[in-house]
Design a protein around this ligand. Structure first.
Ligand SMILES: [Zn+2]
Length: 398
């Protein structure tokens, strides 16, 4: 299927070094972005579906790099069905598992945690709730896992490993497990801050600098923050990704953003939600954190949209997260919310408001065009002006 999105007012690229793409049109074919900018009339005539964006802003689909999936579109933690599809209506087109630790009675032995990660990876390989891309299967690091276990998992398609919920005597004991997982090519992640659920312990800057994961999960606290002095240490003494989460400490989220900029580490600054968790389900969590960072700092909103898209894509080696030719066509149209005081999506975010969502596309397929069921209405109207496919792309019943 070929899709053309025309009449865009602004295009956020996903690359915070160069956050805007010029032009007003995006052409998509077979799930990939073909061109960003301008297109001739023939390319638009050739499209099976033409969407008039009505002057809205296009951004890459948001990538939430901290979601506790289990199996199916269900979270045992909050006993809720359909949460991933609901996040899609919050502009999230990719959810990355932060480990399937919420599976009731989850296994704790090496064979069990390996099987859990592999089963999760397999079950979400082709299953897309509402069109959401879910990268599942994060092996929970438990004592007894060996280098060849990680190699086996990597060979079978598991990409992620998580430190923080294992039965280790001390958090320092994660260091050799993380080293083995890294050697096998897994992306390693580590709980940061005070203990979260029973069985987990505090992990602070000193632990992180010895464990050396690729990603400090919720460096702002999950939900309890580590000491303030540790942020600068982790930023300056390591190259680990600095993940801030909605379900954490807002003050240290802002502290971390300012320090990342000050130390030239913004490439490593990534936004996620850490949901579902004790804090609940937040379909607009990514936009809340983007709005908090934009309105409480002097940094521009497009920079934080890039932290929630392209920066996550780079850290996790994804082929989405950027509005560039060749990338996966995961695209969200946003706008100033109806009834607000601002004229554009970015101005609204800078003002502290949640952007209104007017359309979400994943894998080159419009999942809805017109109105998200979770945000206010848009000020402008996005509409399908031509379609040769038997689908009107309206959202499901509100
Ligand atoms: Zn978590």
């Amino acid at each position: 299927m070929k899709v053309a999105i025309c009449n865009l007012g602004q295009i956020v690229s996903g690359d915070w070094h160069n956050p805007f793409a010029s032009g007003d049109t995006i052409i998509i074919e077979a799930g990939r972005i073909v061109s960003v900018g301008t297109a001739d009339a023939a390319a638009i005539d050739d499209a099976d579906v033409v969407i008039d964006a009505g002057g809205m802003t296009a951004i890459p689909g948001l990538i939430d790099s901290h979601v506790h999936v289990t199996f199916g579109d269900y979270t045992p933690r909050q006993r809720t069905v359909g949460f991933l599809e609901s996040y899609l209506h919050g502009g999230v087109t990719t959810a990355i598992s932060a480990s399937e630790v919420h599976v009731p009675g989850r296994p704790r032995d090496p064979e069990g945690v390996k099987a859990l990660a592999l089963a999760a990876q397999r079950s979400f390989a082709d299953y897309r709730p509402g069109g959401m891309r879910v990268i599942a299967g994060s092996v929970i690091l438990e004592p007894g896992l060996k280098a060849n276990d990680f190699k086996e998992l990597a060979d079978k398609g598991v990409r992620l490993a998580k430190a923080g919920f294992g039965a280790v005597a001390s958090a320092y004991d994660y260091a050799p497990l993380v080293a083995d997982a890294k050697a096998a090519g897994l992306i390693t992640t580590c709980h940061t801050g005070g203990s979260s659920i029973p069985g987990s312990g505090a992990i602070t800057g000193d632990h992180l600098l010895k464990i050396r994961p690729h990603v400090s999960f919720h460096i702002n606290g999950g939900p309890t923050a580590m000491p303030d002095a540790d942020f600068e240490r982790v930023i300056t003494q390591s190259d680990m990704a600095l993940q801030v989460c909605t379900a954490g400490n807002l003050r240290t989220t802002l502290l971390c953003a300012r320090l990342a900029r000050q130390h030239g580490a913004f490439d490593r600054f990534i936004i996620a939600t850490d949901t579902p968790t004790g804090s609940g389900i937040m379909p607009l969590g990514m936009f809340y954190t983007i709005a908090h960072l934009s309105s409480f700092t002097d940094m521009p909103p497009e920079q934080f949209i890039c932290a929630a898209t392209g920066n996550n894509a780079k850290v996790y080696s994804l082929d989405s997260g950027f509005l560039q030719p060749g990338k996966a066509a995961d695209i969200v149209l946003i706008d100033a919310p109806d009834g607000g005081t601002q004229a554009s999506a970015l101005a609204a975010i800078k003002h502290g408001d949640i952007a209104a969502i007017g359309a979400v596309m994943t894998d080159g397929i419009p999942r809805f065009v017109g109105r998200s069921r979770n945000t206010p209405a848009t000020t402008r109207q996005a509409r399908v002006v031509r379609s040769r496919v038997t689908q009107d792309f309206a959202a499901a019943a509100q």
